[in-house]
Design a protein around this ligand. Structure first.
Ligand code: ATP
Ligand code: MG
Length: 519
């Protein structure tokens, strides 16, 4: 199906070839190839209204403006883009002047958020190639946590320079893209700034990561401008790094993760030269700020192709720096079906446009390591509940060394785990209490997932499926006798005030040890 579509989209490109010309950037020469609508087949109606209007507004004001990056790639593949980013020759201030509902974000990497109806579009000034060290999104993530996510999508945003210096207006000059030349060496305080942070369109193209991500689409001319042979690489379904892969990974090691994610998500092969250095350079990920790694991991897990992406990550050995636990999860007979199903269901929910909870996913990824730890602690004669609490902390702490899942997810992850033994208790007193758990549905879904993967009893899961929707009188008939009515309730612990009530509540129920559950 995709093949057909690609044939349809690209079929005539050779015979009706668009304009091509050679462009020199630094020592390298790039041939610009322009694809017309009949060649690329993109339908303007598939582009968001906001992106179209913003490009129009910028062009009318005399600037160049293009839809760029992942959106153009996805449109060529007949996919629905997640978002539409715009690259322009206008500086952030100039963009800001044109659109009243806009704001400049980021201190070092200034980009503009333009609000249009319900949409917010990121508009980035063409970035120059003069900055060889690559003023990276990882730095942006460091300095600007609040614009963390945007910082990633605007890898190519310009560095921070004074507005007057930036306000050099460059009129739209048809197909000519003259480099801006050095913008500034120092700001008003004498702080040295990098030369050439704004650049020409072709410089902007070669600063991007992969050829498939460096395409520019001009909605008014309905043309794709390709400086890096991105169109044929998409046609060949290949992830190809722009420039020297080793250098580009050193500049920003996250590009290795992006290669894995995009290959998994798009079903592309990673080009041999792009793949080769990964094995050696993957330890560089250790130097990437953990918040950025976490963001990238989340993108991967929520890509709609999490299973394929995780497998790619594993095959490339990149999981070692992120989720070392994947090794044991995928290589273990017991845990593999559960983790695989959790990822498949996540992908399915995304395909169905349903919400996905990252906490649920993390709870699934660390469920087996947590249980293993609990069993070890219990074997050392620790009581079940205490062992579970300690194991939960240990499991979450263990991953924090690499991935750094933010602590705000801990509460929900623990809730999901702590609720699991409760599903085995189906007596009058306990079943109703479980049902009234504020996050019963998520906890039940987790139990059902375990049952579907052979990690819990399907009979018990079915019982709960029926019980939760049954009338009161039907419920009465379903309840089982109290497991141990004569057992004395333990004295309630004094509230300490730390941790959420939902977790402390657990302290007064008797839990069977895990995972020796039978219906
Ligand atoms: P997705 O569809 O998952 O959003 P994407 O390619 O659009 O994929 P974004 O993170 O949205 O990914 O980035 C937007 C664009 O910015 C990319 O297409 C690429 O051109 C550029 N880019 C992003 N991250 C980097 C990076 N680390 N190095 C170089 N260029 C990057
Ligand atoms: Mg994107």
């Amino acid at each position: 199906m995709i093949k057909k579509l690609i044939q349809k989209v690209f079929g005539g490109a050779k015979s009706r070839s668009g304009a091509a010309r050679s462009v020199k950037v630094g020592a390298q020469s790039h041939e610009l190839r322009i694809y017309r609508q009949a060649e690329h087949g993109i339908d303007r109606r598939d582009i968001s209204e906001a992106a179209l209007r913003i490009c129009e507004g910028l062009q009318q004001a005399g600037y160049e403006a293009f839809v760029v990056g992942g959106a153009v790639r996805d449109l060529l593949l007949g996919r629905h883009p997640k978002d539409f980013d715009i690259a322009t020759s206008a500086t952030p201030e100039q963009v800001r002047q044109i659109f009243r509902r806009s704001r400049i974000i980021g201190r070092r990497f200034r980009i503009v958020h333009v609000m249009f109806g319900p949409e917010t579009i990121e508009v980035t000034t063409f970035r120059g190639a003069g900055d060889a060290s690559g003023a990276l999104a990882s730095e942006a993530a460091d300095t600007e946590p609040e614009t963390n996510t945007s910082a990633q999508t605007n890898e190519l945003a310009p560095d921070d320079i004074e507005s007057e210096q930036r306000s050099r207006r460059r009129p739209r000059d048809g197909r000519r893209n003259l480099p801006l030349g050095p913008v500034s060496q120092a700001d008003e305080h004498g702080r040295l700034l990098r030369d050439n942070v704004f650049g020409s369109q072709e410089e902007d193209a070669i600063r991007r990561d992969f050829t498939m991500n460096a395409l520019f689409y001009d909605p008014s001319r309905q043309e794709i401008w390709d400086y890096v042979s991105g169109v044929p690489d998409i046609q060949k379904k290949r992830v190809v790094m722009i420039g020297d892969p080793i250098e580009r990974y050193r500049e920003d090691p996250v590009r290795m993760l992006r290669a894995a994610r995009l290959a998994g998500k798009l079903g592309f092969a990673i080009d041999a030269a792009t793949m080769k250095p990964i094995a050696e350079l993957s330890p560089l990920l250790e130097n990437v700020p953990s918040a950025r790694l976490f963001d990238e991991m989340l993108k991967l897990l929520l890509s709609g192709h999490s299973l394929l992406c995780i497998e790619k990550l594993h095959a490339l050995g990149l999981h070692q720096q992120l989720l070392p636990v994947i090794d044991s999860l995928l290589n273990n007979e017991e845990s593999r079906p559960f983790v695989t199903l959790a990822l498949q269901r996540t992908d399915q929910r995304i395909a169905d446009d349903k919400g996905v909870s990252p906490a649920f996913l993390f709870a699934a990824l660390f469920w087996f390591p947590m249980q293993k730890r609990q069993q070890a602690l219990e074997a050392g004669s620790m009581r079940t509940l205490q062992a579970m609490h300690e194991a939960m902390d240990d499991a979450l702490e263990m991953q924090r060394k690499t991935l750094a899942i933010p602590r705000r997810f801990d509460v929900m992850i623990k809730e999901l785990w702590l609720a699991q033994p409760r599903f085995l208790q189906r007596s009058q007193a306990k079943a109703h209490r479980t049902l009234s758990h504020p996050r019963f549905r998520a906890c039940y879904d987790f139990f059902e997932l375990r049952a579907a993967a052979g990690d819990a009893s399907t009979e018990v899961a079915e019982w709960w499926e029926k019980f939760q929707f049954a009338d009161e009188d039907v419920r009465e008939t379903m309840l089982l006798p109290d497991d141990d009515p004569k057992k004395k309730r333990r004295r309630k612990r004094k509230k300490t005030g730390d941790g959420p009530d939902t977790i402390k509540q657990q302290d007064d129920i008797e839990l069977p040890s895990l995972p020796t559950e039978t219906a």
